[in-house]
Ligand binder design. Structure first.
Ligand code: HEM
Length: 504
């Protein structure tokens, strides 16, 4: 028995192998009717064994990916377009960032790609393109309307979202937009969007228009990721910033006050009876109750911030870094330049926008130099620090000194005030200190032989057995001091911060 259907007939030309026989038998079982149009192509049969004309079911071809996607677009357009945009944008952001980080995958890179995908996912054009269609049947008119009203909005939206993801403040975003939106966003976009949209409107059916533009966006987003995240074109990089800070510390010999700036910015944090406070550069505000008015911060807004002003003008005003991050980084560069440990810096601190974001006062948040052990514990324990941390952090007094016109105290703790080492602890254990009163009426201690000083708070570290034990450890081993100091210092600089990232 032979099957009369077209596929089988064509196969008859081939040798009758067992596979064909099996197929023919299957066909015979399936069909009983001979009314098929294939009958005209069937070979003549004899009266004796004329089987009913048989027809194979149409062979089932596997659906191509394109066909499946088309079906999804037709049956579930919103979900399909959302998922498409998420995947394409996420991947393009990932590639853009990897190009920038030279292939280094960090959690931040992945997070940014996911957020970017999410922000691009809403298929706004799914609603916009039908509106365009209702405005005009002419693709040229639709393209012009799109380019004038829709595209600039979309570019602005992406700039804002991408920079929010990167933790920029609204003020910084405003600065970035002023600098880049027209030149890198709209003007650069004119090179591709009008042409891409014209082709889209002219040749692509409405169902596919969102997806086709998503594909163009895939490349455009990659460009935008590079353009908005690399301020390289302006010549600003983390490397140039660090180099300029290094020069500043060396030329002005101002490392110690930069460390104190970062310490007092971050040191207001507390989780005790007082809560909140984080490194947010609220010391910039010397009006109202701004942190710049606190007595404990004397000298920081005037001296430290003035020293940083030229660098801030370049890097902060361009939106490259926040003031709070700059102060953090400046301190860490200073520590390294003066011979101290290499402290890792993470970024993403938000700047206070007005004096209202200051903490209420320094009281209970920043320590006094004329108080002892209990006071130190009261101040530092609610910040999450241990006794060991208090001692290692105090070791920063190995650099710099007291200025009678700022704190009322007077003199340096060590002979080499620009060298970050463990001599603060060595001095404490080896020198003989006599109490004295400074010209401003503040009590302190001085070693007559070397002229170096200690505050009450410093020498109190020898009164308590736990504190004293750490003083001895650090005096004996500088590496231990550096390791403990780095851990406590990073914690201090990051207290109260959320969503910090490795890169700028
Ligand atoms: C433990 C409690 C602390 C007290 C009571 C205290 C007190 C003081 C005082 C009164 C000054 C003199 C400021 C001036 O007249 O210019 C000073 C300077 C300084 N403090 Fe502290 N401080 C403490 C903790 C810290 C911590 C935790 C750090 C950093 C980790 C630090 C880093 C510095 C530096 C580097 C200077 C020198 C600033 C300069 O030379 O301009 N201090 N401190």
């Amino acid at each position: 028995r032979e099957c009369a259907c077209a596929p089988c007939v064509s196969r008859l030309a081939a040798p009758r192998d067992s596979a064909h026989l099996l197929l023919a038998r299957a066909c015979a079982r399936i069909s009983t009717s001979s009314t098929s149009s294939s009958a005209s192509t069937a070979p003549p049969s004899t009266a004796m064994d004329a089987p009913p004309r048989e027809v194979c079911p149409a062979p089932r071809r596997p659906q191509s990916l394109g066909a499946k996607y088309q079906r999804a677009l037709e049956t579930n357009p919103l979900v399909t377009k959302t998922v498409t945009a998420f995947i394409l944008s996420g991947i393009s952001s990932l590639i853009g960032q990897l190009l920038r980080t030279k292939g280094r995958v960090t959690p931040d890179v992945v997070r940014t790609a996911i957020f970017y995908g999410l922000s691009s996912a809403p298929p706004y054009s799914h609603f916009w393109y039908p509106i365009l269609n209702s405005i005009s049947q002419n693709p040229v008119v639709r393209t012009i309307v799109d380019q004038i009203f829709w595209r600039p909005l979309l570019i602005a939206y992406m700039y804002v979202v991408m920079n929010l993801i990167k933790g920029k403040s609204w003020k910084q975003i405003g600065e970035i937009m002023r600098r880049d939106y027209w030149q890198k966003g709209v003007k650069a976009g004119l090179k591709i969007w009008p042409a891409a949209q014209l082709i889209n409107q002219w040749f692509i059916p409405l169902t596919f228009r969102t997806t086709s533009m998503d594909i163009v966006s895939f490349f455009w987003d990659m460009y935008l990721t590079l353009a908005t995240s690399s301020d390289d074109s302006e010549g600003l990089t983390l490397e140039t910033l660090e180099a300029e800070l290094e020069d500043l510390v060396r030329e002005k010999n101002c490392g110690p006050i930069l460390i104190r700036l970062s310490w007092h910015d971050a040191g207001v944090y507390s989780t005790g009876q007082l809560t909140g406070g984080c490194p947010n550069a609220a010391m910039r505000f010397v009006e109202g109750d701004g942190e710049g008015t606190f007595g404990a911060n004397a000298g920081l807004p005037t001296v430290a911030m003035s020293l940083l002003r030229p660098i801030a003008a370049k890097y902060v005003e361009s939106g490259f870094i926040s003031n709070a991050d700059l102060w953090t980084l400046a301190a860490n560069v200073a520590i390294r330049v003066m011979g101290g440990p290499v402290v890792p810096t993470r970024f993403g601190r938000r700047d206070a926008q007005s004096f209202k974001e200051s903490v209420e006062s320094q009281v209970g948040r920043l320590p006094d130099g004329d108080k002892g052990v209990d006071h130190l514990r009261e101040i530092f324990h609610p910040k999450g620090f241990t006794d060991k941390d208090i001692v290692s952090l105090s070791g920063a007094h190995t650099v710099g000194g007291c200025h009678v016109d700022r704190s009322g105290f007077d003199g340096a703790w060590t002979e080499e005030r620009s060298k970050f080492d463990n001599s603060y602890f060595k001095n404490m254990l080896s020198k003989t200190y006599e109490e004295e009163t400074t010209a401003a009426g503040c009590p302190q201690f001085r070693d007559a032989a070397s002229g170096t000083v200690m505050l009450y708070s410093d020498l109190s570290l020898l009164e308590d057995p736990i504190f004293q034990e750490h003083v001895k450890r650090y005096a004996e081993d500088q590496d231990t001091f550096f390791a403990d100091f780095t851990a406590a210092w990073v914690k201090l600089q990051e207290n109260g911060c959320c969503r910090l990232r490795e890169n700028l």
